[in-house]
Design a protein around this ligand. Structure first.
Ligand code: IVH
Length: 409
């Protein structure tokens, strides 16, 4: 009798291996998101997410409860949201070495071995998120944190709708890394809403994406329109041999992937130039181009420093500022009456677009720059897109510049 029980116990553990802690986390994350969705729907007559997204999450939760009934008694729907916790990464989540010229890219190619194939990808300007799928189910999403431990952002990622809850894979473990992004139209809509509500606009889509993942108001998380693009396979079985195969695998599983072009060493520089030309077409911010050795075993052999792998590099954009002259400051009033200053300057052409306005955020920003009408100013398109005044050429002042008048209330 005892032997039968021991065998039964082992069999249960073999089938459920490692599942309970991961499943518990998944259930708790689902429960938090569903609770907020229910609360918004029944108490505030608001829809946090589409019916389809809600049904998919509810189905996952019900399935988990059916498989692990004990979760239902420990974590009834309606329990308060769990505190976000720090979780150890399986392997260090490294950064990228940055270079600012093609000559440095050529040196990188020479060091890695010029007979190789390389993947050239946009460098997405959001924040890294690691997704852990177990048996095809998203059980955990972590930020990069300090590279050794990250913050558990599973409820936010689930609520965002940016990644599928279930993926098509035969591998029990499927861990990937990618970038969580707030696309430019969503960023602009968010800032319009904030200005109308009398709140300060957010500085950049990257800040906005990070802030969105930190929210515990999941109705707002869902509304913001985060997206995700995968750029690295961390663990699956069997592991792909190359970056290009990895991305095909990830895409086949149902996850969105970064655009990636596999080229010879001789084609890397022209591929960089091509992506550089197209950077303003992307509906999301990029801050450079990533070049990676395609063969993952070669990448492993090249190793890594404590900060970055030696088999990949980021070619950052040069944000060469263009000089122009500040003509005036217009105050735009949101629906709630809040005024936001917008700089008007002599039109300049930057990366194919004519620019003549840039937000000045608020009065403190204007004061911090000591900006005056008539000043020569430096303007860039941050990330190839958002016009931004990066400085004032104080040495070019003539004495004819005038103070920016306060807004007329
Ligand atoms: S690969 C070990 N590919 O850039 C190397 N990173 O500055 C893994 N990033 O933390 C990174 N787009 O969040 C890679 N196509 C891309 C990327 C990318 C954006 C981010 C990533 C990383 C940061 C480093």
């Amino acid at each position: 009798m005892l032997r039968r029980w021991i065998l039964f116990f082992i069999a249960v553990h073999l089938t459920c291996f490692a599942a309970p802690p991961a499943v518990e986390k998944q259930a708790s994350a689902l429960q938090t998101v569903l609770h907020q969705a229910d609360d918004a729907y029944y108490n505030q007559h608001e829809s946090v997410m589409s019916d389809a997204a809600y049904d998919a999450l509810r189905q996952q939760y019900d399935q988990l409860l059916a498989d692990y009934p004990e979760l239902g008694t420990e974590n009834p729907v309606g329990a308060p949201a769990a505190e976000s916790a720090r979780v150890a990464h399986d392997a260090p989540v490294l950064s990228l070495d940055k270079v600012y010229s093609d000559a440095e890219v050529v040196r990188f190619l020479e060091k890695t071995g010029t007979n190789l194939l390389y993947c050239v990808e946009p460098k997405l300007d959001g924040l890294t998120v690691v997704l852990r799928y177990r048996n095809g189910l998203l059980v955990q999403a972590l930020t990069r944190g300090d590279g050794k431990t990250g913050t558990d952002v599973t409820p936010s990622v689930l609520a965002s709708g940016a990644v599928p809850v279930t993926i098509a894979t035969a591998s029990a473990q499927f861990d990937v890394r990618g970038e969580m992004l707030l696309p430019l139209p969503a960023f602009e809509a968010l800032n319009r809403r904030r200005i109308d509500a009398g709140e300060a606009p957010l500085k950049s889509p990257r800040n906005a994406a990070a802030g969105t993942l930190a929210l515990t108001d999941y109705a707002e998380t869902a509304r913001r329109g985060l997206t995700f693009q995968c750029f690295e396979m961390l663990k699956t079985n069997p592991m792909p041999a190359t970056q290009s195969e990895a991305l095909v695998l990830v895409k086949a599983a149902g996850l969105p992937v970064v655009e990636s072009k596999t080229v010879s060493a001789a084609e890397v520089i022209s591929s960089i130039a091509d992506l550089n030309r197209r950077r303003t077409e992307f509906p999301f911010m990029t801050d450079g181009i990533v070049i990676k050795v395609n063969d993952l075993s070669v990448r492993d052999r090249l190793g890594a420093t404590a900060h970055h792998p030696r088999g990949a590099i980021a070619r950052k954009y040069e944000e060469t500022p263009v000089q122009t002259r500040l003509l005036g400051v217009d105050w735009s009033r949101g629906e709630t009456g809040k005024l936001t200053p917008v700089a008007r300057f002599e039109p300049v052409e930057i990366q194919g677009a004519t620019i003549q306005h840039a937000t000045l955020h608020n009065l403190d920003y204007i004061r911090a720059m000591d900006l005056k009408i008539g000043d020569r100013i430096n303007v860039i398109r941050a990330g190839g897109s958002v016009p931004e005044i990066t400085g004032v050429c104080l040495e070019r002042r003539t004495g004819d510049e005038t103070a920016i008048p306060d807004p007329v209330e």
